[in-house]
Write a protein that binds this ligand. Sequence first.
Ligand code: NAD
Ligand code: DAU
Length: 333
Amino acid sequence: MQRILVTGGAGFIGSNFVHHLVAHTDAVVSVLDKLTYAASREALDGLPAERVSLVVGDVADQPLVEKLVGEHDAVVHFAAESHNDNSLSEPGPFIQTNIVGTFCLLEACRKHDTRLHHVSTDEVYGDLALDDPQRFTEDTPYNPSSPYSAAKAGSDHLVRAWVRSFGVRATISNCSNNYGPWQHVEKFIPRQVTNVLEGGRPKVYGAGTNVRDWIHVADHSSAVWTILQHGRIGETYLIGADGERTNLEVVAMILAHLGRPADDYDLVADRAGHDLRYAIDSTKLRTELGWTPSYADFAAGLAATIDWYAEHRDWWAPHKHATEAAYAAKGQA
Ligand code: NAD
Ligand code: DAU
């Protein structure tokens, strides 16, 4: 039995990972989460109290983090400010949580010699041209574009330095765009789905030709658990499920599933510095650790996700108005 500390475990991916641990392992889990606007206590509802507990706190609170890390066998670090658009309006919290928070965690793991898995993003590599035959690999140079991705890149570099200089037992994963239940309505797929469910139209940045490489959140969780168990210390693993789609293709699938005409969307002001394309080559993870995704069919996974949002209005509706008001203020509604 392992005691695992999951930072950001009340967020979209962290909560899915906690469910994965309860379902597939005998680990006892503590969640450390600040419960920012992005968190959902509801996402942890129904989990057995003897397996999962929640500590409300900040990953940048050094004494708290040192105490908690000392009580666990391993840490999986999801806690972050995660939305690019927010990082353009107010970068400060991204520096504080993503960089200073990771620093605090690393110091605690160094002190207690605790195993750490750091969850990061493919955005640290910048973007690819739409027609580039290459995909990101573990050897792609770092080239982040936004305050969010720059802060995540900074956190990755801290982890690498703490491995090399202090012998911290850490691994890193860089994953592509996740979709699935419990994702905040500020993000692309939930925003468009809930717009349509409310009788409105999807809002697509620029020309809608940007490409994202979609992976179901459950596949991200299984990959992180595989790396935590079997990954080599100091190594980076890219996580992806071959899910490249343009934003307009995704919108077309959402509109078709909800019975709306294919042209029933609006093009709105583009995001500043908008990355063109992300694409992951996850060969290392698949060949070295034997991981494969379960959700090979993006259309089926997206349809199930749309249905989930239709059935969980009570959860997202209270956040919808303020989220759309913030987009409207930026000319993106
Ligand atoms: P999210 O915004 O849904 O959740 C983040 C969670 O972290 C929230 O519960 C929030 O309350 C918590 N948190 C924020 N600041 C904190 C702090 N200072 N102390 C403690 N908790 C804090 O994010 P997500 O989409 O679930 O992303 C989780 C992680 O995965 C992030 O590190 C992100 O960079 C990474 N990631 C996300 C994606 C994606 O597609 N969403 C893809 C690759 C990697
Ligand atoms: O690649 C991994 C990253 O994926 C994670 O590290 C981030 O935490 C996560 O938020 C996500 O970043 P993106 O910026 O790619 O995701 P977002 O959902 O914000 O946007 C996806 C695409 O859709 C992007 O090209 C911008 C576009 N978009 C987004 C919104 C919110 C729109 O066209 N309209 C919108 O309303």
